[in-house]
Design a protein around this ligand. Structure first.
Ligand code: PGA
Length: 261
């Protein structure tokens, strides 16, 4: 995998937004897989700036959701569907019809998962999947020891993830759902390009395990090592536990510009 060390979160956002813009210039109806959480926000703001500047058009783009809480009404402000409407669809001016996501309110969760897998396939698959990483190494909501071959399914959150996410629920952990629907690791690996963004010292250990540890389900993000086109974008703090940081810097600094990420 390629590791790009950037000075700060804004630089990471700009780099990834430019990769998304380049993809959309090549393929205007590309499927962008998006992530929630705090980390991806600079990517969406940088992409919004490009759209406003006329540097890229997103009128035919499609947006695919990575994961969703089970049981939160779709109009709950912290349902990921609501968050993505607010952070991605509305600012970019993308219609709700271009949005693909699992139904976290479905009575039959297994059927909702299967139908989301079918929708992704019918859309032609995800072209670029943006990922955050949990402090426990999760991608999407694939918690430690998720099958590396898993497909979209229900998962139970770890206590750590619920503690990490309580900040979105008035710091009240009791409001954080226990269950989620998440694209599986196998589903995520089907995307044509995986881009993981991690910022801050709190992610340094998970990043080191992802990049330099063994491929092991105990660190779900390590599955990126199996993907032929995976890019890990980290700020200095998140890169601080990488043994090979100097090599990654050297390789990126000497990369032909036309290659992009
Ligand atoms: P964060 O979440 O960006 O809010 O840290 C990342 C994740 O849990 O995947």
């Amino acid at each position: 995998m390629e590791v790009v060390i950037v000075p700060d979160a804004a630089a990471g956002g700009e780099l990834i937004a430019e990769a998304m813009a380049a993809l959309l210039r090549r393929k205007p109806d590309a499927v962008l897989g998006v992530a929630t959480g705090s980390t991806p926000l600079p990517v969406y703001r940088a992409l919004e700036a490009k759209v406003r500047a006329g540097a890229v058009e997103v009128g035919r783009a499609r947006i695919a959701q990575l994961d969703e809480y089970v049981g939160l009404p779709a109009d709950h402000p912290e349902s990921y569907r609501s968050v993505l409407r607010k952070e991605v669809l509305e600012p970019l001016g993308i219609n709700a019809e271009a949005f693909l996501g699992p139904d976290g309110t479905a009575e039959d969760v297994a059927a909702a998962c299967a139908s989301y897998e079918a929708a992704l396939t019918a859309a032609g698959g995800v072209d670029l999947q943006l990922l955050g990483i949990g402090t426990d190494g999760h991608i999407g909501f694939n918690e430690p020891c998720s099958s590396l071959a898993s497909r979209t399914r229900i998962k139970t959150l770890t206590e750590q993830t619920r503690v990490d996410n309580a900040r979105f629920f008035d710091d009240d952990i009791d409001q954080v759902p226990h269950h989620v629907i998440t694209q599986g690791i196998g589903t995520i690996l089907d995307a044509r390009h995986l881009v993981l963004l991690a910022t801050g010292a709190g992610k340094a250990e998970a990043v080191a395990a992802t990049v330099e540890g063994p491929v092991a389900s105990v660190c779900p993000a390590s599955a990126l090592q199996l993907h032929p086109h995976a890019t890990v974008v980290v700020d200095e703090a998140a890169a601080s536990k990488l043994r090979l940081a100097d090599y990654f810097r050297h390789a990126y600094a000497n990369k032909p510009a036309w290659q992009g990420i």
